[in-house]
Design a protein around this ligand. Structure first.
Ligand SMILES: Nc1ncnc2c1ncn2[C@@H]1O[C@H](COP(=O)(O)OP(=O)(O)OP(=O)(O)O)[C@@H](O)[C@H]1O
Ligand SMILES: [Mg+2]
Length: 282
């Protein structure tokens, strides 16, 4: 099951203009155990792509199947439940907070999907705990906490719906390094302990190398690479993707040039450190 795109194209239609944002996309995301990063230049179609994953957008051409259900050509009530099953966290999700208290805000999703107050409260509290929002904050206004906390409240609002797949559109944008790490570790934890599939849009190659297993590269609305992060960063035509290398690989390339240390790719900081220790002992 999971999510499947078959020859999907999407055009934004305005009154006078139309713009083809996606062009013949084919891809598949399994329901479990995936950690996929979606990367590509600004305007390459990343946000447009992921909005198909929970039926916020419907394809202009081709077919999208989400958890066994083919999206219809026009919106209808039969696709509403997909918003709950595939949780989409937008760019700057805190702009969508609106309730008087943090707990009520997190409860909004479950209530909207027909859970009783009691059930919604229980789910909200569990989600709050997952993102590190303690009971002392339940009755606070979501607008009176820090930016990082607002972001976590917004993420909890999605988690409270207990989505099967979590889709995150640049979830760490604008956070400080600590807030960034905390949030990413929450996602990694959900992935590792519950096997939840995570789809994460990012511009940051360090996040890709540290957290993702698989990478999809978009360029002008088309998929130009889909494979493991190792295959991407070692790709002979990597330069053509116009992406940066992650910092550990940049350091290794530099060492190769400056001190003739043989280049052996290490994709995250821990592996880099272990490798350098090994070399030092030799
Ligand atoms: N509502 C819209 N109406 C018309 N065109 C749009 C709309 N939203 C996006 N586009 C266009 O579609 C293309 C893809 O946009 P999209 O937001 O999916 O890119 P992105 O890869 O998410 O970019 P970024 O990295 O800046 O978030 C862009 O050229 C954009 O201008
Ligand atoms: Mg975007």
């Amino acid at each position: 099951m999971g999510i499947q795109f078959k020859n999907v194209s999407f055009t934004y239609r305005g009154i006078k203009t139309s713009y083809g944002a996606l062009n013949q996309i084919n891809l598949q995301i399994a329901q479990e155990n995936e950690f996929v990063a979606i990367v590509g230049h600004t305007g390459s179609g990343k946000s447009t792509l992921v909005q198909h994953m929970n039926a916020l957008l419907l394809p202009t051409q081709g077919e999208v199947e989400v958890l066994g259900q083919t999206l219809p050509p026009k919106k209808n009530e039969k696709i509403n439940h997909l918003r709950q099953k595939v949780g989409l966290v937008f760019q700057f999700p805190e702009y969508q907070l609106f309730e008087e208290t943090i707990l009520k805000d997190i409860m909004f999703g479950p209530k909207n999907f027909n859970h009783t107050d009691e059930e919604a409260t229980e789910k909200a509290k569990k989600a709050a705990e997952t993102v590190g929002i303690g009971p002392e904050l339940y009755e606070q206004s979501p607008f009176r906490v820090s930016g990082g906390q607002m972001r976590r409240v917004a993420v909890a609002g999605i988690l409270a719906m207990e989505p099967k797949i979590l889709v995150l559109d640049e979830p760490t944008r604008g956070l400080d390094p600590r807030g960034r790490k905390d949030l990413l570790n929450i996602f990694r934890n959900l992935h590792e302990t519950e096997g939840k599939s995570i789809v994460l849009i990012t511009h940051d190659m360090d996040i890709v190398s540290e957290y993702a297993k698989r990478v999809i590269v978009l360029k002008d609305g088309a998929v130009v690479f889909d494979g493991t992060k190792e295959a991407l960063f070692d790709h002979p035509r990597f330069d053509e993707f116009h992406l940066e290398l992650p910092t550990p690989l940049k350091i290794l390339k530099h060492l190769e040039k400056e001190v003739q240390l043989p280049y052996q790719p290490q994709y995250d900081f821990n592996s880099l450190l272990n490798y350098l220790k090994e070399v030092q002992h030799e």
